[in-house]
Design a binder for this molecule. Structure first.
Ligand code: 5GP
Length: 119
């Protein structure tokens, strides 16, 4: 898949549309999902142009990968969901029902979540 710079998260990274930022560093941006599926629903995205998880895993630098993984702990801490738990989801391509073609991880929590696959 070729990276499309017109995707909505690329526009968020270019500050062309607003977001509710939870955390940011040189390599990642974390913000609240616009349509939350749980009491806590954040999206972690790399600042680099990666289409999906496998693309990021294959091509990102060590520094980018470390920053992304560390951002998980940071957002979990900021949102206070570490003790009770949460779910991390990376929808990928068509079968995974990925809607936005810029790699992202959903962090869902703040309440007891439904079963992972319901339909
Ligand atoms: P996907 O289905 O690609 O894994 O998830 C994309 C997510 O992006 C969805 O949960 C959707 O609500 C969220 N989203 C789509 N457009 C926007 C936006 O403009 N701002 C924010 N904060 N989230 C968005």
């Amino acid at each position: 898949m070729t990276y499309n710079p017109d995707n909505i998260f690329a526009k968020i990274l270019r500050a062309e549309i607003p977001n509710n930022t939870v955390y940011e560093n040189d390599h990642v941006l974390v913000f609240d999902d616009i349509t939350p599926q749980a009491a806590v629903h954040c999206l972690i995205i790399p600042k680099g142009a990666y289409t999906d998880q496998a693309d990021f895993s294959a091509r990102a630098s060590d520094a980018e990968i470390i920053a992304f993984e560390r951002a998980i702990a940071t957002v979990v801490d900021i949102k206070g969901i570490g003790n009770d738990g949460y779910r991390a989801v990376c929808n990928t391509k068509e079968n995974g029902r990925q809607e936005v073609p810029h790699y992202h991880m959903h962090i869902l929590g703040g309440e007891k979540l439904p079963a992972m696959i319901t339909g």
